[in-house]
Design a protein around this ligand. Structure first.
Ligand code: PLP
Length: 378
């Protein structure tokens, strides 16, 4: 649904392709572009196609339905799905030629059952926990999982094509957990290789590790947020040759002159210091504009960056533009690449106490999404 007011999320497909190419050039080895969560809010299928156009070798999603959606759209590149609960439709995944990951013997049993039911052996990744304590088999469980996978491979039900793990602290490149995780990963790989799983690709690096930690690159890297041009280290994306692909903008719905001392928005947490012009922007927290942006987040309005005045409401917020000229229909930019004077998603993250990942994945609601650029277009 659009909101009829011109509020839109503009996604630059050429930026996604160029970011992917820059990352791949940096690592010079296979790259899995992570397109989970609707490609971090950029649109699953167009973003996936743009990443492939930029040289991504494969795609990664969490739930298998995201992989099925890629296939339904005609995307034929290898796709890994890795976060599926008991009863997941692995038969559909295998029929659609999705690679699957397991982190427990019971999950492997479900994949084996699906392989037998469909007659399609699974291309399987084994996920080991090396210190994040999230997905992944523990070090104690790992030998048992490896042994079960070796049996399933001997039976022709799976081919183990990946051994992998995920970093806890890659955005702090000198943190001591990094070396510990790399060592734990190498140990897990050693156990799997000794058991005969010698052909599987090893992959560990997310965006931060892809940018900052060559020791984690192994046989493939797995960036997500950097593909969309956001700096995983929270700094300047351009320093890594990345360009933010998302611009979020709306149009002024009402402008009015008010006297000094006017309380603005719910709770009057902002009061006009002088006679001024207020611009009403018709997007709010229902559209993914964080309520925490009230009196803190910047927007580009009437030629300058200005802080949102008072609380962000469900459907709207207010900007005090002072004596600048502003009229209904004028553009207000929430965030974008930053080179047109607009704030960046990183600035919003700093202002609202979150990370840009959360902002780009949650923006939506009544914003219309529009694509610019031609990378991956069909
Ligand atoms: C989300 C995710 C990634 C990509 O992370 P970024 O920080 O966005 O690069 C890689 N691997 C796994 C397991 C993930 O969950």
């Amino acid at each position: 649904m659009t909101n009829g007011t011109g509020a839109e999320i503009v996604v630059d497909l050429d930026a996604i392709a160029a970011n992917t190419a820059a990352l791949r050039e940096r690592v010079r080895r296979p790259l899995m572009a992570v397109v989970k969560a609707d490609a971090y809010g950029h649109g699953l299928v167009p973003a996936a196609r743009a990443a492939l156009a930029g040289g991504a070798d494969q795609l990664g999603v969490t739930v298998l339905e995201e992989g099925l959606a890629l296939r339904a759209a005609g995307v034929t590149a290898p796709v890994l799905t890795w976060l599926n609960g008991p009863g997941a439709d692995y038969a559909a995944a295998l029929t659609a030629d999705l690679e699957v990951s397991v982190n427990a013997v019971w999950a492997l049993a479900e994949v084996v059952a699906a392989a037998r039911a469909t007659g399609r052996p699974a291309r399987l990744h084994l996920f080991v926990d090396t210190g994040l304590s999230r997905e992944g088999a523990t070090a104690a469980e790992w030998p048992g999982l490896v042994a079960a996978a070796v049996r399933a491979q001997a039976d022709g039900d799976v081919t183990v094509v990946g051994l992998w793990s995920h970093m806890a602290y890659a955005d702090a490149p000198t943190h001591p957990t990094i070396g510990a995780q790399v060592r734990a990963f190498e140990e897990a790989v050693g156990i799997a290789r000794s058991a005969g799983l010698t052909d599987a690709r090893r992959h560990l690096a997310n965006s931060a590790a892809t940018v900052a930690l060559p020791d984690t690159w192994f046989d493939m890297v797995r960036p997500g947020v950097a593909v969309y041009g956001l700096d995983p280290l929270g700094g300047d994306a351009a320093a890594h040759g990345l360009r933010p692909a998302m611009t979020v903008r709306a149009r002024v719905a009402l402008a009015k002159r008010v006297p000094a001392g006017s309380g603005v928005s719910y709770g009057h947490t902002y009061t006009t210091p002088a006679e001024t012009t207020l611009a009403l922007v018709p997007v709010g927290y229902a559209d993914g504009v964080p309520r925490a942006g009230g009196n803190s987040a910047p927007v580009l309005a009437a030629g300058a960056q200005r802080t949102i005045a008072g609380r962000v409401c469900m459907d709207q917020f207010v900007v005090d533009v002072g004596d600048a000229a502003v009229a209904p229909g004028d553009e207000v930019v929430l965030w974008g690449p930053g080179d047109g004077g607009e704030p960046t998603a990183q600035q919003w993250a700093d202002a609202t106490g979150t990370i840009h990942y959360e902002l780009v994945t949650r923006i939506g609601g009544r914003f219309a999404r529009r694509y610019v650029g031609s990378a991956g277009a069909v």
